[in-house]
Design a protein around this ligand. Structure first.
Ligand code: AMP
Length: 400
């Protein structure tokens, strides 16, 4: 009989807690769920086992009550966590700063270090810490592993992560580019290499993670050498509600000339910009629908979105020198053939040629959408961040 390999993956947000039971070896996931509106007067738990969905509407006072309710749902609706032989809890942690370049077994020192990084991720790290604290209380006997969104990008060279600002900003205040979506980029780069029948060590890949948040990564031989997000997840591609790249003087102009507060500008750039700011909708399906109706704002939003992707593909082709594959992933990347075609059209000079028929076809698992004559393979690879967290957590536990 093989060793047990199930990991309970926990992704704690400020008012939600997502969980999934995942086999860290195979990615098989017998159950998952989410508790939403934690701390509000009415919340909701949704627990899914195969095709069966169980919901519970009530108040969940805090993350402890939410995780306890999830454990009760496992008891009541299955599968039994005890029978599965869960070997670890894997936590998604957004910001690991310069300290964490690998998944890490959690102890009091690690918790203190993640706390010290709160100023770099004020919205995310406190919620992640809450999830860790609760899981440590409810599973005192299980190893807890932190898997950081930033860790994969810690291999970026100084030339890629350094902003051209006074050096003390970096040395004293850790102002530099970190990058995010690391678990997705790592998983997708590895899966793409396998789909090409190559070792990840032998290929250069540009990964385009296009979800509600979006980022590009240049991955050389399995190591991230550049990525589009920076100190925070605001930099880079156009996103659902975030602006992406911007002249840093825009803040100054809005503050000085119009008297807007920094808090307001921060909110507008993170929550009211991107596709939503340009066309009034952050859901890409809505942008596509409006564009099909001839809506001018949605058409421009679509074009700006694709143009920004194209610029990063060009930049990362130059960074990598040779590119074996361009890979689309996440909600828009996996489901948006029009974006894929528009972003990569006319790039035959870079050896990139999308096949219209393949691009329009169904995606199930890694799918090649480039033409046979394309020097660079263009792939769609569905991402699986929970599997990657489980895989990494399992590896940490097995090394103990
Ligand atoms: P994610 O953050 O990976 O869940 O991706 C969310 C984004 O994917 C949203 O903007 C959705 O509108 C977009 N999305 C999901 N399904 C589709 C689809 N069938 N066509 C276009 N965009 C989609």
């Amino acid at each position: 009989m093989s060793d047990p390999s199930y990991v309970l993956v926990v992704n704690a947000g400020s008012s939600s807690l997502k969980y999934r039971l995942v086999d860290g070896e195979t990615g098989e996931a017998p159950a998952d769920g989410i508790v939403e509106r934690i701390g509000e007067s009415s919340g909701r738990l949704k627990h899914t086992v195969g095709d069966a969905v169980h919901t519970e509407e009530r108040a969940f006072a805090d993350h402890e009550e939410a995780l306890q309710a999830a454990l009760d749902a496992f008891e009541e609706h299955g599968p039994s966590l005890a029978d599965a032989g869960v070997v670890a809890v894997g936590h998604r942690v957004v910001h690991g700063g310069e300290r964490f370049s690998k998944p890490t077994l959690i102890d009091d020192q690690v918790v203190a270090a993640v706390e010290a990084l709160v100023p770099l991720a004020p919205l995310h790290n406190p919620a992640n810490l809450e999830g860790i604290a609760v899981a440590r209380r409810l599973f005192p006997e299980l190893p807890q592993v932190a898997v950081f969104d930033t860790a994969f990008h810690q291999t970026m060279p100084p030339v890629a992560y350094t902003y051209a600002v006074p050096r003390s900003w970096l040395t004293d205040h850790h102002v530099r580019r970190y990058g995010f979506h690391g678990t997705s980029h790592a998983y997708v780069a590895r899966t793409a290499a396998a789909a090409l029948g190559r070792r990840v060590e032998d290929v250069n890949v540009i990964v385009l993670h296009l979800g509600n948040g979006a980022s590009a990564a240049a991955v050389r031989g399995g190591f991230s050498v550049d990525t589009s997000m920076g100190l925070t997840p605001l930099e880079g591609l156009v996103m659902g509600t975030r602006s992406g790249d911007l002249d840093p003087a825009v803040h100054i102009h809005l503050h000085r000339s119009l008297g807007w507060s920094l808090e307001e500008i921060d909110r507008l750039l993170n929550r009211e910009s991107g596709l939503k700011g340009l066309a009034g909708a952050n859901d890409f399906r809505e942008i596509e629908r409006l564009r099909a109706e001839g809506d001018e704002a949605a058409t421009l939003a679509f074009d700006v979105y694709c143009y920004r992707i194209r610029k990063y593909v060009g930049a990362y082709s130059a960074v990598l020198g040779t590119v074996d594959a361009v890979v689309f992933t996440a909600g828009v990347g996996e489901n948006g053939p029009e974006v894929r075609a528009a972003a990569l059209s006319g790039l035959t000079a870079l050896g990139i040629e999308v096949d219209p028929g393949r691009n329009a076809g169904p995606v199930s698992g890694p799918t090649r959408i480039s033409s046979d004559s394309s020097a660079v393979a263009v792939l769609v690879v569905p991402t699986d961040e929970e599997y990657e967290i489980a895989r990494q957590a399992l590896a940490v536990v097995r090394r103990q």
